[in-house]
Design a protein around this ligand. Structure first.
Ligand code: PLP
Length: 471
């Protein structure tokens, strides 16, 4: 049966339904050509690599033969029946490039949401394998994002999660929330970093105690938050304090490094973001990763499992319940491994750490003291954000309907810079940020070009808002 339908420009059911988004035409390295509303924009500098995905940038000549070889080697097998070598090699690569003894095995999947879904189930089965079936509760944070599937939304707290709360996992008895860690807004005047951390840890401990520690299974946080509240580095003692509470109450410590991990923010030229904040003695028991793992060339994400969890399985059923059709896909794993080997060989993790910090410090110097709408510039390594405020002293947010984060994104685009605007950082609804996550191949000239285009866009938007009477 056919029916009359409303007119549409687009047949992709995503974003604005009846309108085509800007389309990519081509790209090379850090630069893209994009078609928007019939107009071609060339030399768009990519300062966010889509959604913090890209490490090698566009069209890396070395990756193309890796893709060709992987396509010849791997069409498909179902991994629970017939596995493949690249999935083993990629797991070994991640384990070997993390501090010794932290990780012992990995599961590969296709998206960050899927990795968090799998981690939730791996932790659940772990508690059953070791004879603790009463441990069911997961504690994550206010203002967090762990993905768009229902399980991942249930451990998230943001506008995107709120929309689906009626069909999410129980927020009172299973997916509990602790306070956000957000120094720019919530560290009090006169409070040291350590004191702020302790205040947050005290609230976490109270939640564990109020909810019967014998039933608490896991505490999880984004090591460096991204789309939820902007890249707020943890204050001193915070992550190690969570580790200590997890040890004290026999709870799994999980880190979500889907957006911030796999080389984006590692100070030692390696992979994990947490190495910027804690030593191996405070490492997580389980960790999710994605995004830069495949650098956009393949759709791959993963769950890294520590020895404690793996051993409980081996001493128990020695089997993982269930699997996804495309888990540990040979093609994805071989390409991701090729990408990661190139990043390691060329020292690109060290490069993004240095260049990203240079970009951040130049932006802080250029924006924070000036009369404009930027209240904060924060981040570490290759992951930074700007927070926009109406008033730099009171940190008052702009009215939600002005949608400043997205408006800034559009201004930047007109100035030939691709960034990601987001809203809701302050309280889940209000607050505006923009995210920066350039490719690891970034040079000092690229840093200067990004800074120049951002400063120009901030000045332009600040002026426009003043003229409109909004600022
Ligand atoms: C911290 C974090 N976890 C999980 C996800 C979900 O990843 P994906 O969009 O690949 O499903 C994201 C996405 O941005 C994220 O930022």
């Amino acid at each position: 049966m056919t029916t009359d339908t409303l007119p549409t420009e687009s047949y992709v059911f995503q974003g604005t339904i009846n309108k085509k988004p800007p389309h990519i035409v081509s790209g090379k390295g850090m630069r893209m050509t994009v078609e928007k509303d019939g107009k071609i924009y060339d030399d768009i500098l990519d300062a966010v690599t889509g959604a913090a995905v890209g490490a090698l940038g566009w069209g890396d000549e070395e990756v193309l033969p890796i893709i060709e070889k992987a396509a010849k080697n791997h069409t498909y097998t179902f991994p629970s029946i017939i596995g493949n070598k690249p999935s083993e090699d990629l797991a070994k690569f991640y384990i070997d490039n993390s501090p010794p003894g932290v990780f012992a095995a990995a599961l590969w999947c296709c998206s960050g949401s899927e990795s968090n879904e799998n981690a939730m189930k791996i932790i659940r089965q772990y508690q059953m394998e070791r004879g603790c079936p009463e441990k069911t509760k997961i504690i994550s944070r206010d203002t967090s994002y762990h993905g768009f599937t229902l399980g991942a939304l249930s451990i998230s707290h943001c506008g995107r999660a709120d929309l689906f709360k009626e069909i999410s996992i129980d927020q009172t008895n299973t997916c509990l929330k602790m306070p956000v860690c957000y120094p720019y807004r919530y560290q009090q005047k006169g409070e040291t970093e350590e004191e702020y951390s302790q205040r947050l840890l005290d609230s976490l401990e109270k939640i564990i105690l109020d909810n019967d520690p014998k039933t608490v299974s896991c505490v999880l946080v984004e090591t460096l938050p991204g789309s939820s509240l902007g890249t707020a580095p943890s204050p001193k003692g915070y992550l190690s304090g969570i580790r200590a509470l997890c040890n004290k109450y026999d709870v799994i410590f999980m880190l979500d490094e889907v957006m911030c991990g796999t080389g984006r923010c590692n100070p030692n030229g390696k992979l994990n973001c947490w190495e910027s904040f804690i030593g191996p003695e405070d490492a997580p028991d389980i960790q999710t990763v994605g995004k830069t793992l495949g650098s956009g060339y393949v759709t791959i994400a993963g769950v890294l499992v520590g020895p404690k969890i793996r051993d409980a399985y081996i001493n128990g059923s020695n089997a993982v319940f269930g699997s996804h059709t495309y888990a540990s896909h040979g093609f994805n794993c071989e390409v991701a491994l090729g990408v990661q080997k190139k990043i390691l060989r060329e020292g690109l993790t060290a490069n993004i750490f240095k260049m990203g910090n240079l970009m951040g410090s130049k932006l802080q110097a250029a924006l924070l003291k000036e009369d404009n709408i930027v209240g904060d510039v924060r981040g570490i390594g290759g992951f930074w954000s700007l927070e926009f405020v109406k008033n730099k002293t009171t940190k008052e947010t702009f009215p939600v309907e002005l949608d400043i984060g997205h408006r800034f994104q559009h201004v930047c685009f007109e100035n030939k810079l691709s960034v990601m605007g987001m809203q809701g950082n302050a309280d889940g609804v209000a607050g505006d940020i923009t995210l920066l996550a350039p490719a690891f191949i970034i040079t000092e000239e690229d840093v200067d070009a990004i800074v120049e285009r951002i400063v120009k866009s901030v000045e332009q938007l600040s002026k426009e808002l003043k003229a409109e009477g909004h600022w």
